[in-house]
Design a protein around this ligand. Structure first.
Ligand code: SF4
Length: 277
């Protein structure tokens, strides 16, 4: 599975690095003297910035939820609207802008056989079908853990469907990137400037295969544990939902107390991580 992942860094990481480079040149500061804060649609991205996989280092220094800054940004935009249409469009001209929604990535890959997927449970079903050989000839799977893509993240402020419609409208009206920009992207892509810095490693999910009796007993245990969780599906424990956390705890892969709402220690630990922001 890991061998099939495309080794391109996340757009937020590339943006963080590019902004630090630009302001470092413009302001004469070292990149490590510049802080880059990501405005995030979900906590999972915050965790990936503060505790990146494979012990890599993020180019970003922290994150704030969209809902935390939305009203302030809207107020400032209304107070200081764009001077003209060119400036307004320049604010939404990023070529990676469509990546927050399903079907945003595949146009960049010129693939014919692709599937855009959203929502972890649907993604897992499709992975199973690929593994069983039910689905074949797929060149590219575009997977978003949140249902509806990043526009459906739990720190966003808008109804998923309204956000999706607005997103499509902005995508349709955004200007095409200039030929110079395209040329620079092609040059850097060739020199692997956008590649992941470390290599991704597979993570074992089960120590041994369970028989039917063990699976039923584990499911019952997970159902019991789920009753004691707050069902907020906030993702702060590291699992995408409370059910997943209960299943991990029943399987011994996590402690039930990793739920931040059950454990004082976990709150203290997260506070220490967040203090870096
Ligand atoms: S188990 Fe707790 S921390 Fe994990 S998703 Fe549910 S409410 Fe959030």
């Amino acid at each position: 599975m890991v061998d099939h992942l495309i080794h391109i860094d996340a757009p937020r990481e590339i943006a963080g690095r590019e902004l630090k480079r630009r302001y470092s040149l413009e302001m004469g500061l070292r990149p490590d003297e510049i802080g880059a804060i990501y405005i995030t649609p979900c906590q999972a991205k915050t965790i990936s910035i503060l505790q990146p996989a494979e012990e890599a280092e993020s180019n970003l220094d922290g994150a704030v939820g969209i809902s935390q800054v939305y009203n302030d940004i809207l107020f400032l935009l209304r107070k200081t609207p764009p001077k003209d249409e060119t400036q307004r469009l320049s604010w939404i001209s990023g070529d990676l802008f469509p990546w927050g929604a399903p079907e945003g990535e595949f146009p960049h890959l010129s693939r014919e056989h692709f599937l855009p997927l959203t929502g972890l449970s649907d993604i897992i079903k499709v992975f199973d079908d690929v593994e069983k050989g039910k689905l074949k000839n797929i060149e590219f799977l575009e997977c978003h853990a949140c249902r509806g893509g990043c526009v459906g993240g739990n720190l966003t402020v808008e109804n998923l469907y309204v956000a999706r419609a607005k997103n499509l409208h902005l995508i349709a009206n955004r200007p095409k990137p200039s030929p110079e920009f395209e040329k620079e992207v092609a040059r850097r892509l060739a020199s692997e400037d956008f590649s992941l810095r470390g290599s991704l490693k597979p993570r074992p999910i089960e120590g041994h295969v369970l028989d039917l009796r063990q699976r039923v007993s584990r499911k019952k245990r997970a159902d019991e544990l789920l009753k004691g969780l707050p069902l907020l599906n906030c993702g702060l424990c590291g699992a995408p939902s409370c059910r997943n956390h209960a299943e991990d705890a029943a399987a011994g892969r996590a402690e039930l107390g990793d739920c931040v709402f059950l454990s004082r220690d976990r709150i203290v630990q997260l506070r220490q991580i967040y203090k870096r922001i």
